[in-house]
Design a protein around this ligand. Structure first.
Ligand SMILES: CC(C)(COP(=O)(O)OP(=O)(O)OC[C@H]1O[C@@H](n2cnc3c(N)ncnc32)[C@H](O)[C@@H]1OP(=O)(O)O)[C@@H](O)C(=O)NCCC(=O)NCCS
Length: 141
């Protein structure tokens, strides 16, 4: 598994992966989002397995009032449904954890929906502790 920064050449794969994650998107939106996230200093990476894009991860580094150091949030993670249970997700998290440590973050955290039972097992297997709840309020579209 080779983890590398996402580029606009990965647009079709990102479209497919975000749709699998439950966030259908159009190609032109993917391009705009990638450039917005790059400007914000976030990292969006893809997992390349033999030239095929097998997964996607997004890391945000956020200044925090609770710590001197920033915090890192794994904001999105998805592995292609045909490539799951082959170590791709673990490789993506490992790369994002290395980035968070490199950038001096106090911790790496994420939120995950209640219905994602597979993800809960996965994160606990990778050493994440369940420490809270997520609340959300949606605003229109
Ligand atoms: C969660 C997800 C990213 C895991 O990616 P993956 O590439 O399949 O995970 P890995 O192969 O690296 O798994 C590493 C270990 O986690 C555990 N694990 C992963 N998926 C599991 C599952 N479905 N059931 C039980 N254990 C699981 C296993 O211990 C696994 O090691 P093993 O296969 O040697 O037993 C992937 O299932 C996915 O994309 N799911 C849909 C989207 C999603 O829920 N994303 C997270 C949003 S917060």
């Amino acid at each position: 598994v080779r983890v590398r920064d996402a580029t606009t050449e990965d647009t079709a794969a990102i479209e497919r992966l975000l749709t699998q994650l439950g966030y259908p998107v159009r190609a032109d939106s993917v391009v705009a989002r990638l450039s917005r996230l790059r400007r914000a200093g976030d990292r969006v990476v893809v997992a390349d397995v033999d030239g095929q894009i097998a997964g996607l991860a997004h890391l945000q580094v956020l200044p925090a009032i609770e710590y001197d150091a920033p915090t890192a949030r794994l904001a999105a993670l998805v592995v292609d449904k045909n490539r799951r249970r082959t170590g791709v997700g673990a490789a993506l998290v490992e790369a994002m954890e290395a980035e968070a440590r490199f950038r001096g973050c106090a911790l790496l955290f994420l939120t995950t929906a209640e219905h994602r039972a597979d993800a809960h097992v996965f994160y606990e297997r990778l050493g994440f502790e369940r420490t809270g709840r997520r609340y959300a309020k949606r605003f229109g579209d």
